[in-house]
Design a protein around this ligand. Structure first.
Ligand SMILES: *[C@@H]1O[C@H](CO)[C@@H](O)[C@H](O)[C@H]1NC(C)=O
Ligand SMILES: *[C@@H]1O[C@H](CO)[C@@H](O)[C@H](O)[C@H]1NC(C)=O
Ligand SMILES: *[C@@H]1O[C@H](CO)[C@@H](O)[C@H](O)[C@H]1NC(C)=O
Length: 379
């Protein structure tokens, strides 16, 4: 047992030990680790919920449901209703069972929907009441907000107001029905603020601490098809040349006061691809001319197949904690069990609550997910 000061010191030592020896020490006892993963509903035919190895996860997210653009309520059609019920009942009856949440929104949804919904108490209530109804009707343990992204300080204020109303409604519903409160989480940018954007804005830290169980930091998509001039480590833990890194983003969340017990590190089960300008110049940041195989994105298992079929050279880059493979002018930046292991140990050394994957169907053979679980030493 240690007092607060010793605890801090151990935390500091842990970071050092982890970075030097890949070794992790206990995180604080109050944190029960979250090992999450999103399941894209459009992957059902290829990878149904029954295919998920639940020994490797604690929470699985159904992605996505989108509220009606005018009423902000969920209009669940018959096919979706069947799919939702199959998702929750399958995952609840697995051994071991996992908790289920459904995620609202996603990268493909115009954020203005959320802006309009969250801008008045009446529209927030309409959305919130419907969201709780859907969660209970289809057997979910919680709801996740994936608003990508609030565009300015006013929208960040709406985001905070929504969280306050949502938590109050969830608490009230739990009291009235004598059931456990629904979990409330959100997927966010990798940093607390959009420090590179033209319109500076920061997430409402106090509202998040008070009202959300945790947030899933999207610690990926740092580089991609929107810039084909050079290769990049899309989920770099460190970046010697810029602040676009998970290390930097986490630091900004923590410095802003977000509780570490509410921070979940995002890990990609996909990579991003480029076509090199010259096959002889192939490091991270090498000149490129276009996207590479898969139109710019490949799942982990597709990358492994590509590497094998093309006799690719695979390089682990310790300075960014990432991996890339090269075959001719094809270049793929991704994460493999090695880089994931370092990231998970780093997350634990920082006393974060856990990690999550986008998305679970990228790892059919569980190579990465198993390594992540093994690297998360304490529960
Ligand atoms: C949603 O509603 C807004 C305003 O009512 C409209 O401008 C927008 O086109 C709608 N979007 C979709 C996808 O229906
Ligand atoms: C990174 O951010 C720090 C402040 O947090 C700033 O001083 C530094 O110049 C930034 N580095 C780069 C490369 O932008
Ligand atoms: C695969 O690449 C290695 C070098 O990277 C080379 O030595 C080997 O001959 C190649 N094998 C095939 C089948 O092309």
């Amino acid at each position: 047992m240690t007092g607060p000061n010793l605890h801090n010191m151990f935390g500091f030592l842990t970071v050092l030990l982890c970075l030097s020896f890949g070794y992790a020490m206990p995180s604080h006892s109050s944190s029960v680790g979250v090992k999450g993963a999103y399941w894209p509903s459009w992957a059902e035919s290829d990878f149904p919920p029954s295919a998920i190895d639940t020994t490797l996860f604690t929470h699985i997210y159904y992605a996505f449901l989108v509220p009606n653009n005018a009423t902000f309520q969920f209009d669940v059609d018959a096919a979706t209703a069947t799919q939702l019920l199959r998702f929750t009942s399958t995952l609840r009856s697995k051994n071991p069972p996992v908790k289920t949440l459904y995620s609202v929104g996603g990268g493909g949804v115009d954020g203005s929907l959320f802006t309009r919904m969250a801008s008045s108490a009446a529209t927030r209530k309409s959305f919130i009441d419907s969201s709780i109804q859907v969660a209970r009707k289809y057997g979910f343990d919680g709801i996740d907000l994936d608003w990508e992204m609030p565009q300015n300080p006013t929208e960040m204020d709406y985001f905070g107001l929504l969280l306050g109303d949502w938590r109050a409604a969830v608490a009230k519903e739990a009291r009235a029905t004598r059931r456990p409160q629904l979990l409330l989480t959100a997927a966010t940018y990798f940093s607390v603020d959009f420090f590179l954007a033209q319109v500076y804005r920061a997430y409402p830290v106090a509202a998040i601490n008070k009202n959300l169980d945790w947030i899933n930091l999207m610690c990926y998509d740092y580089h991609g098809s929107w810039d084909t001039s050079a290769t990049g480590a899309q989920a770099a833990l460190f970046d010697p040349k810029s602040n676009i890194s998970t290390h930097y983003g986490l630091g900004r969340w923590i410095k802003a006061g977000l509780l570490r017990s509410k921070l979940i590190m995002g890990l990609p089960l996909y990579g991003r691809t480029w076509k090199l300008k010259d096959s002889r110049s192939y490091g991270i940041g090498a000149p490129a001319v276009d996207v590479g195989p898969g139109g710019g994105t490949l799942r982990f298992e597709e990358i492994e197949a590509f590497n094998e079929a093309n006799n690719a050279t695979v390089v682990y880059d310790a300075s960014t904690v990432s991996v890339y493979s090269v075959a001719g002018t094809s270049w793929i930046g991704y994460d493999d069990p090695r880089s994931i292991s370092v990231k998970v140990k780093y997350a634990q050394a920082l006393k974060l609550r856990g990690y999550f994957f986008w998305s679970v169907n990228g790892d059919h053979q569980w190579k990465v997910s198993k390594q992540a679980k093994q690297s998360w030493v304490f529960p």
